[in-house]
Design a protein around this ligand. Structure first.
Ligand SMILES: [Zn+2]
Length: 405
């Protein structure tokens, strides 16, 4: 493996990335030198703790939903559940490569993805994993099993894809989880099977919980106090689970997730954009991280939104800052890669550049992925061109799927 010397020109300790880990070093030896002098500072690569790479083409002129959605459920039905059904292997690959390239260029080196592509289930997690390996990002993937298109058979195929990936993946930077779309789109049987599979494979469950009030209403109709209690009752909240949103969870429920060894992920820009509300209960746990929920993985922008919305809802800054840092602990818990500090022996996932500015260099596991502001693991123009080529095909298929969602 290449050794990289992060030369700070006497402005602070210089670091050698050796075998993927950081070593303090005053001289480069035979390592490749990256100039980190001048006004550049070093910080750990950011983690996006909940995202959807499959929506990576949305920035390529996705047409507005018609008729315009009036609530969150209609946003799902008319936009995202139509987009995910329209995905095929080519469009998914183009979306994932573009979204990961954007993430790395913004200094986000690790992503926890929640995936759905109902018309292309088997092998879909390999497409995401290959994109991460090619571009050099760290990634956790899981197929969000659901029954909303094809009933129990569809859900079984989603869980089987998680199991297949977890049992066959040998990539160094990519790991898997079991995932479910959400309580309100699966039966008790599927929920129980997802929990059993996660326990069997020793991983957590990645699932949307109480993002909208419809999820809570659905669980109550099924005889549970709410979706979290339904997960607990069916033994589907294994340790290291990742619970996205929790907008409608109260402090006691969030404490339950914490006590079960799970993590909550707050997605401020998405929650604001979807008008689902602010997750007040999250203040009951220190195991909370930040995600973008499919928005571009610019974690500085997500942090700004967290502070703006959090302060408006009476959160104190220490708690908000803990959420910004929470992704590193979450990622370490999920993968064993204890990213998040510039220290000897830590993974060499480093962003060089002034805070708030585009990174000058980014290295992941000791390998340069962005040098002098440019992606070096792939041709960015080619990645963009593929995305621009696939996007109109995707929009056309979405239009064909029309109003039957
Ligand atoms: Zn999500």
């Amino acid at each position: 493996m290449t050794e990289v010397w992060l030369d700070r020109g006497g402005l602070g300790p210089s670091w050698l990335a050796r075998d993927g880990l950081l070593v303090e070093a005053a001289a480069p030896g035979s390592a490749t030198r990256l100039d980190c002098a001048g006004d550049a500072a070093l910080r750990p690569g950011a983690v996006n703790a909940h995202t959807h790479l499959y929506s990576g083409l949305a920035g390529f002129d996705m047409p507005p939903a018609s008729p315009p959605p009036r609530d969150f459920t209609q946003i799902l039905e008319r936009v995202w559940w139509r987009l995910d059904r329209a995905l095929d292997e080519r469009s998914l690959r183009a979306a994932a490569r573009w979204a990961i390239a954007e993430a790395l260029l913004a200094g986000t080196t690790a992503l926890v993805d929640h995936h759905e592509s109902p018309s292309f289930i088997e092998g879909s997690l390999d497409v995401l994993a290959d994109a991460a390996e090619e571009l050099g990002a760290r990634l956790v993937v899981g197929y969000g099993a659901t029954e909303r298109n094809g009933g129990r058979e569809e859900a079984a195929r989603g869980l089987a894809e998680c199991a297949r990936f977890l049992k066959t993946n040998e990539r160094s930077r990519v790991t898997g989880m079991v995932a479910l779309h959400a309580s309100f789109t699966v039966s008790d049987e599927t929920l129980r099977e997802a929990g059993a599979l996660a326990h069997e494979l020793g991983v957590g469950l990645h699932v949307h919980v109480a993002e909208g009030i419809a999820d809570v209403d659905d669980a109550r109709r099924r005889g549970y106090p709410g979706p979290l209690e339904r997960l607990l009752a069916l033994d589907a909240l294994p340790p290291r689970s990742v619970i996205a949103h929790g907008v409608h969870l109260d402090a006691d429920q969030v404490r339950c997730v914490h006590d079960a060894g799970g993590w909550m992920v707050q997605n401020p820009r998405s929650n604001e954009g979807n008008h689902v509300g602010y997750p007040r209960g999250l203040r009951a746990s220190w195991h909370v991280a930040l995600g973008t929920d499919g928005w571009p993985a610019d974690m500085d922008a997500e942090r700004d939104a967290l502070y703006r919305l959090g302060r408006a809802h009476g959160e104190d800054d220490a708690m908000l800052e803990a959420r910004v840092a929470g992704g590193w602990d979450l990622f370490g818990a999920l993968t064993g890669a204890h990213v998040g500090a510039i220290e000897a022996g830590r993974p060499a996932d480093v962003v060089v550049g002034r805070p708030g500015a585009k990174p000058r260099h980014v290295i992941v596991a000791g390998e340069p992925v962005v040098v002098d502001g440019a992606l070096v693991t792939a041709d960015l123009d080619e990645v963009r061109a593929r995305a621009a080529e696939e996007a109109p095909r995707l929009w056309a298929r979405m239009a064909e799927l029309g109003g039957d969602a």
